[in-house]
Design a protein around this ligand. Structure first.
Ligand code: HEC
Ligand code: HEC
Length: 420
């Protein structure tokens, strides 16, 4: 009898122990990893990180097939805070996207799943002494993004937006009359050609960039074939006509930006040396200030002419070294004339840049020096990256100008008066 009771107690104890094992199994870091982290690792869909990182980093980069090694790898890279699991850096990285409430819901859904999974798993890991005290993982075994931080930084959407604003948004004046969503001209074209003509979004630069990144207007494999480049060149028939010449300022800007997008999206940047050089370009402001040069010399005919506008130095004695404005276009040879809208320049962060960014960019009335450069041998047609330099200088002239706005109020110079 005594034996029977003892046996009963013993068996119920074992039963109890079994339950405990079962319950524990559900919450082991290992099991949690399998149930919640592995699906993220194996998912063919990009993680929430792509909301801001176009390339270079994904949460999958930090995950290894083994739960234990993933933990050690993350811990050794400082991504896990064992004392205060909720403050772990990996959770902060996942939470970063919350700052942008306008982001598409898909990112928010992914983020929620990632955050819950990593929070629970890290907590379980921190509570597991064997795991938390496990030896360091060899650095070669650590899981991390395949590219250096500089590349991750370059492929960030906010960085790309900066260059979008410099390169494309500043030049949008050449396109916006026809392409801005919601304007009368665009509404008319939309009826005729469909929604595709509305690629300049009324929401501004960020919305327009996002639209373009998702559109078919950028060809990632062969960026030079992108419609965003081919249409304004009229290389693919463009209802809006010829807007760029190969190698001109607008074409260079658009092409540079599109090439960069293509390189980012195709993971062409692997090391710092692959990144495009950082150019310290001024901030550019498109305007409706027209500059016309009449009586252009025959030698300039049908060539790309660039005219830089230099302001007086503060002491009134000389001319500023760097131009305050510039524009370029092919000279209309038959008509011996050339005309185009000016792009104004200001040092990034300067008072002038702030003033022009907040109000309407303008040039004050006064005397200015116009310097002309001609691509005499069609060099830029063969090499769009090539700049016009002092070697292409064909002459200069002083003018007094009001710089009134609009096609009907052009500032004019006489081509015969340009002197070397
Ligand atoms: C809302 C935008 C946003 C989201 C979403 C986002 N990040 Fe970031 N990330 C940034 C910004 C901005 C920086 C630069 C922060 C800084 O320099 O302080 C950054 C920096 C980083 C860095 C450091 C690289 C460097 O520049 O030194 C890494 C690594 C990183 N993020 C990984 C991730 C991972 C992994 C995810 C997804 C889990 C993620 N990020 C989600 C915006 C974001
Ligand atoms: C005078 C009006 C006008 C101007 C200015 C204009 N376009 Fe267009 N563009 C159109 C029209 C109309 C279409 C639709 C018909 C077509 O594809 O040619 C179009 C089509 C396009 C398309 C193809 C859109 C698509 O989804 O298929 C691109 C890209 C484009 N233009 C780029 C530009 C760029 C860049 C500029 C400025 C440098 C510009 N356009 C200036 C009228 C204009």
């Amino acid at each position: 009898m005594r034996h029977a009771v003892a046996a009963l107690i013993a068996s119920s104890l074992t039963l109890f122990a079994d339950f405990a094992v079962l319950a524990a199994e559900k919450t082991t870091p290992e099991a949690m990893f399998e149930q919640r982290i592995m699906p993220i690792f194996k998912s063919p869909n990009p993680s929430s990180c792509v909301q801001c990182h176009l390339a270079g980093v994904d949460i999958k980069n930090y995950i290894l097939p083994s739960a234990e090694k993933t933990f050690r790898s993350m811990r050794d890279q400082g991504l896990i805070d064992l004392k205060s699991p909720a403050d772990s850096k990996i959770l902060k990285l996942i939470e970063m996207g919350q700052k942008d409430p306008k982001a598409p819901a898909i990112h928010a859904n992914n983020r929620k799943a990632e955050l819950e999974a990593f929070t629970a798993w890290i907590k379980a890991c921190a509570a597991d002494k064997t795991l938390s005290e496990s030896p360091k993982l060899a650095e070669a075994e650590q899981a991390k993004p395949p590219v250096p931080d500089a590349v991750i930084r370059h492929a960030r959407k906010d960085r790309l937006l900066e260059s979008f604003e410099r390169n494309i948004w500043a030049m949008r004046f050449r396109c916006m009359n026809c392409h801005t969503e919601g304007t009368p001209a665009n509404d008319k074209y939309r009826k005729q050609f469909g929604d595709r003509v509305a690629w300049v979004r009324k929401g501004g630069s960020g919305e327009t960039m996002n639209f373009l990144l998702e559109s078919k207007l950028i060809d990632v494999k062969t960026p030079e074939n992108s419609l965003l480049i081919q249409k304004p060149l009229n290389a693919v028939k463009h209802e809006g006509g010829l807007k760029f010449a190969v190698g001109d300022q607008a074409h260079k800007s658009f092409r540079q930006w599109v090439e960069d997008v293509a390189a980012i999206k195709s993971n062409a940047y692997q090391k710092v040396a692959d990144l495009p050089p950082v150019v310290k370009s001024p901030r550019a402001f498109g305007t409706e200030l027209w500059l016309k040069v009449g009586n252009t010399p025959p030698a300039w005919g049908d060539k790309l002419l660039q005219v830089d506008v230099h302001a007086r130095t503060a002491d009134g004695k000389g001319w500023e070294k760097t131009p305050i404005a510039s524009t370029d276009r092919i000279v209309f040879g038959k008509g011996s004339m050339w005309q185009h809208t000016l792009t104004l320049f200001a040092e990034p962060g300067s008072d002038l840049a702030k003033k022009w960014a907040n109000g309407k960019p303008f040039l004050p009335r006064g005397t200015y020096l116009l310097k002309a450069y001609v691509d005499a041998n069609g060099r830029l047609k063969k090499d769009w990256k090539s700049p016009l330099t002092d070697k292409d200088f064909v002459g200069q002239v002083e003018i007094t100008a009001d710089w009134r706005e609009g096609y009907g109020a052009m500032t004019a110079a006489d081509g015969r008066q340009f002197r070397k």
